[in-house]
Design a protein around this ligand. Structure first.
Ligand SMILES: Cc1cc2nc3c(=O)[nH]c(=O)nc-3n(C[C@H](O)[C@H](O)[C@H](O)COP(=O)(O)O)c2cc1C
Length: 418
């Protein structure tokens, strides 16, 4: 791979100096700019993997998804709201910690097994609920479930579409995520053995998803390019757009008009009394709310900014995590997501007290680019990266990962966007 990369770098240098560039209408400055970047960033900006075996990290799947999807679909999945403050904070928060690696520990194997509500999972990594997956893959959740099955990974599904079929493909009932559940929904979910209901409580007020709306405002040619979407938000079962607006307008609207939940803690207590499923609130970030969640009798919370798709705080999910963990004091489970792009990121969240760590975009990018095989590969890749972090810090099991294995970074950190 090193040889392969240096060959490409040499080729780029040749191109930068070549009159062919001008003939192609490209500036040599653009190429020189690329060359001043580290080789890895440069490659991942320019190279699109053709098979999952070529994938080096999750960003290869992002580039492949970007190449495959129409611009509005990619933008809606990729970007956050407002001026991206929360999304940038989500990513930067991981750079505020380094790993305290040790030497001569004499270990090569670690145990990632993780206990959640008395059940043992192979790894603390789980698949977050991601809505509208059929916008980026024709089979949506039906393509996620076999990956979760083969990798024996906790899957939380957004909504209940194809529930029975998904459970069948998963090999067991998946956890379900949605808004405030009705008694009818609870009954249906309990009847198929759903172990846990994850109630998203952060879609409040609506987000202004600038990226998608900018696409809408500019107008995008060839919207239908390579569009095999079957997402019912905008398409019928044949993929035809069912709404009179253009897709860009619809997606722009999705980004800004969602978020009309007016639920209260009294509703949480009512739902708690209605079900024996584990009840988990997703999107709790303030420690005060974590305490109220415990009082309301829930079994767990997810510290999350919802991929910065709604959250206007400008604060990264990982920044909230230690305060929430302290407030919870081990009384209920603490899940964590938002901004996870590597095994080291997962390690940092576990070290700060999360019981399990989820991926949203990494899952969506891999689904969009390579379907089930892509999702399996991303799970595998992140687990391997987590293993490296554990071996290097001397954490032979998940329970041995501790805050003492992190070194906080003082001062500013270089900004990470994706
Ligand atoms: C396109 C997209 C759709 C999402 N849909 C939902 C949803 O329906 N319900 C929900 O609770 N969270 C949803 N999320 C948020 C994820 O569950 C998760 O919190 C987030 O993606 C984690 O951050 P990450 O994308 O940086 O990994 C969605 C995220 C994305 C990117």
């Amino acid at each position: 791979m090193v040889e392969h990369s240096s060959d490409r770098r040499a080729f780029l240098r040749f191109l930068a100096a070549s009159p062919v560039l001008a003939a192609a209408g490209l500036s040599s400055d653009w190429f020189s700019g690329l060359l001043s970047e580290p080789i890895s960033a440069q490659e991942q900006n320019t190279y699109i993997i053709k098979t999952v075996r070529e994938a080096l990290n999750v960003f290869d799947f992002r580039a492949a998804a970007r190449a495959k999807l129409s611009l509005p679909h990619f933008t809606e999945f990729d970007e956050g709201v407002f001026n991206q403050e929360t999304q940038i904070a989500d990513r930067n928060a991981y750079a505020r910690y380094q790993l305290k690696v040790r030497r001569l520990l004499g270990i090569s194997q670690v145990d990632q097994s993780t206990q959640l509500f008395g059940r043992t999972w192979e790894s603390p990594l789980y698949l977050c609920p991601v809505g509208r997956l059929r916008a980026i893959h024709p089979d949506g959740n039906l393509a996620i479930a076999p990956a979760a099955n083969r990798k024996r990974t906790l899957e939380i599904m957004s909504g209940t579409q194809d529930l029975e079929k998904v459970n069948q493909l998963r090999g067991e009932p998946v956890w379900i995520c949605g808004g405030r559940p009705s008694a009818e929904t609870i009954k249906r979910l309990e009847s198929v053995g759903t172990p846990a209901y994850v109630w998203t409580v952060d879609t409040v007020g609506g987000g202004n998803q600038i990226g998608a709306r900018a696409v809408q405002r500019a107008g995008v040619p060839n919207l239908e390019r390579r569009n095999d979407a079957r997402c019912s938000s905008c398409h019928d079962s044949e993929g035809r757009i069912t709404l009179s607006d253009s897709m860009a307008e619809v997606i722009g609207a999705l980004g800004s008009l969602r978020g009309n939940d007016t639920s209260t803690w009294a509703d949480v207590r009512r739902v708690r009394d209605l079900t024996k499923m584990k009840l988990i609130l997703k999107g709790v970030v303030a420690p005060e709310d974590a305490e109220l969640a415990i009082k309301a009798g829930v079994d767990g919370i997810v510290v999350s900014t919802h991929a910065a798709h709604e959250d206007a705080s400008g604060r990264g999910s990982l920044e909230w995590l230690p305060e929430v963990v302290a407030a919870v004091g081990g009384k209920i489970a603490v899940f964590h997501d938002s901004g996870i792009r590597s095994g080291a990121d997962i390690f940092k969240a576990l070290a700060l007290g999360a019981n399990a760590v989820g991926i949203g975009r990494a899952q969506a990018w891999s689904l969009a680019s390579f379907g089930t095989e892509g999702v399996e590969t991303v799970i595998e890749l992140l687990r391997r990266e987590l293993q490296v972090a554990m071996v290097q810090t001397g954490a032979t099991s998940i329970s041995r990962i501790s805050k003492s294995m992190l070194i906080p970074v003082s001062g500013s950190v270089s900004s990470r966007m994706q």
